[in-house]
Design a protein around this ligand. Structure first.
Ligand code: BV8
Length: 234
């Protein structure tokens, strides 16, 4: 793909599906098992913190039993070999991108493997549970730790860095996301306005498919390595 120097890649739950991590909206997905407003809003956490902790403690434990797949590996390879600017922006809160070796990566919706102390505002690496109200490793306060994830109604992380990269992009690629959640679902239009080519790699057309110059359907573990080989000229 000539003339491509700066790339922004947005990933969603579909890139981790083949690693055995539930997506949100597919049949049997997380939002079929739980109501968003019961587990993924600040109001829910005030109303029933144990329900919210049970939901995130279970997911935090589950991702530690999963492995990155060929899509994560291909994106890490691209990150290692791409001479131009590259940024992977993931909506996922699992750590499979970094476990595959990706470095130029932003978790815009947070990370399961961190605990956030609302007393001292520090984030600490965390692999255990939070329902038992452990003390904050940084300030020692008890009962102030919450999952380090962006709930509905909360501002996603690093939005300035993300918009800066999108506005410099020649190519914007969206992988394994339904395009149902904003502001992430609006990035493709931002990228188009910045003059970038836009490509969607997804199992099915997303809600924003219309905005992409090209859309390829299929499993991420097939589409992503093919696309990366094509880009790196392998
Ligand atoms: C905010 C962390 C203020 C927690 C998450 C504008 C219009 C309408 C509504 C809004 C709007 N602006 C804001 C809103 C409100 C809301 C929103 O978008 N609501 C929706 C439901 C309408 N947004 C917010 O509240 C956001 N905050 O707006 O703050 C603001 C305003 C402006 C600028 C800045 C800030 C915060 C949203 C973040 C919430 N937290 N996650 C947790 O994980 O528990 S969202 C969570 O759901 C994920 O992170 C992800 O973002 C979303 C799920 O989407 P996907 O990842 O796409 O997963 P999904 O299951 O839906 O789809 C999977 C796709 O993969 C499918 O298409 C499928 O076909 C495909 N697939 C499946 N298997 C494979 C595959 N593809 C390839 N291979 C496979 N094997």
């Amino acid at each position: 793909m000539s003339g491509v120097h700066n790339i922004v890649i947005l990933t969603g739950a579909g890139v981790s599906a083949e690693s055995g991590i539930d997506t949100f909206r597919d049949s049997g997905g997380l939002w079929e098992q739980h109501r968003v407003e019961d587990v993924a809003t600040p109001e829910a956490f005030v109303r029933d913190p144990d329900l919210v902790h049970r939901f995130y403690d279970a997911r935090r434990a589950a991702i530690q039993t999963k492995q990155p797949n060929a899509a994560h590996a291909a994106l890490a390879r691209l990150d290692a070999h791409w001479p131009g600017e590259l940024l992977i922006v993931t909506q996922n809160v699992d750590d499979l991108h970094e476990r595959a070796g990706a470095k130029r990566l932003i978790h815009m919706h947070g990370e399961h493997l961190n605990a956030w102390c609302t007393a001292c505002d520090r984030r600490s690496p965390w692999t255990g549970t939070l329902i038992d109200r452990p003390a904050c490793p940084a300030c020692g306060m008890v009962g102030y730790l919450r999952p380090d994830v962006v709930w509905f109604g909360e501002m996603p992380y690093r939005m300035d860095d993300i918009y800066r990269a999108i506005n410099r992009a020649d190519l914007f690629v969206s992988i394994g996301t339904s395009g149902a959640v904003y502001p992430a679902a609006g990035f493709v239009r931002e990228a188009r306005q910045a003059g970038a080519r836009t490509l969607e790699l997804n199992m099915e057309p997303s809600q924003g498919s219309y905005w992409f110059d090209e859309a390829r359907q299929g499993p991420a573990t097939q589409l992503v390595p093919q696309w990366v080989d094509q880009l790196l000229g392998f």
